[in-house]
Design a protein around this ligand. Structure first.
Ligand SMILES: *Cc1c(COP(=O)(O)O)cnc(C)c1O
Length: 221
């Protein structure tokens, strides 16, 4: 894998207004630096311990998105260190991030993860749970959280029609929230969807953040 070449060609292909998160999970810091030296400043990690080790040793101007399932007992460790936590999947997690952010005197930018992929167990709010949460008004009480949008994944399948339909549904949910001022989320404008195998379809369907790992760094296994 030529990491630098992959970064450069992806930036050439990805339209303006869409952010590229280089998903570096399971790959060593040396490979992150290859991407960094090619101009990449935004990286994604999915495990707290691994993220903290890399964050400590790599350049300060890297922005990190946390994209993995976040256990409540690990929240405290990452507060103030992420540009965006993309993978919020429960009210409990939201309340805890709010509490820890207040203690640290920061406001944490987050995305709500929505679950539409049907066949496998993935984390995230089901659409009806998401709207229940929004309708409850509980988010308005969380003053140290900035809800910036949605993150979602398509079903893990070769059926591209299905992948597109999943992204379409996520984008539809996104718009219903984005355009409803009653939810009181003025910064709800980021839609993170699309990975190595499906990012073009995701952008087609309205994504403005793509999370790409193996197409940059190679296989993780
Ligand atoms: C690993 C991961 C990615 C990147 O997947 P690739 O197929 O390697 O591009 C994107 N998003 C999430 C949430 C991930 O866990």
């Amino acid at each position: 894998m030529n990491v630098a070449e992959n970064i450069i060609s992806l930036h050439r292909e990805i339209p303006e207004g869409v952010e590229l998160v280089a998903v570096s999970k399971f790959h060593p810091a040396s490979m992150i630096l290859e991407a960094y030296n090619a101009g990449q400043r935004l990286f994604g990690e999915s495990r707290v311990q691994e993220f903290l080790e890399k964050e400590k040793e790599l350049p300060d101007d890297i922005r990190w998105h946390f994209i993995g399932h976040l256990q409540t007992n690990k929240v405290k460790q990452i507060i103030g260190k992420t540009a965006l936590i993309e993978s919020i999947d429960s009210l409990r997690l939201l309340e805890l991030i709010d509490k820890e952010s207040e203690k640290a005197d920061v406001v944490s930018d987050i995305l709500l993860q929505v679950h539409v992929a049907r066949e496998e167990t993935k984390f995230g709010f089901y659409p009806e749970e998401l709207f229940e949460l929004l309708d409850s008004g509980k988010l308005k009480d969380l003053k140290h959280i900035n809800v910036c949008g949605l993150m979602g994944m398509a079903s893990n399948t070769d059926d591209l029609k299905r992948v597109r339909a999943d992204f379409h549904l996520i984008a539809d949910i996104f718009e219903r929230i984005h355009f409803n001022s009653e939810y009181g989320l003025p910064n709800f404008n980021r839609l993170s969807m699309g990975m190595s195998g499906d990012w073009k379809i995701a952008i087609d369907e309205g994504s403005n953040i793509v999370r790409i790992g193996s197409a940059i760094f190679g296989s993780r296994y």
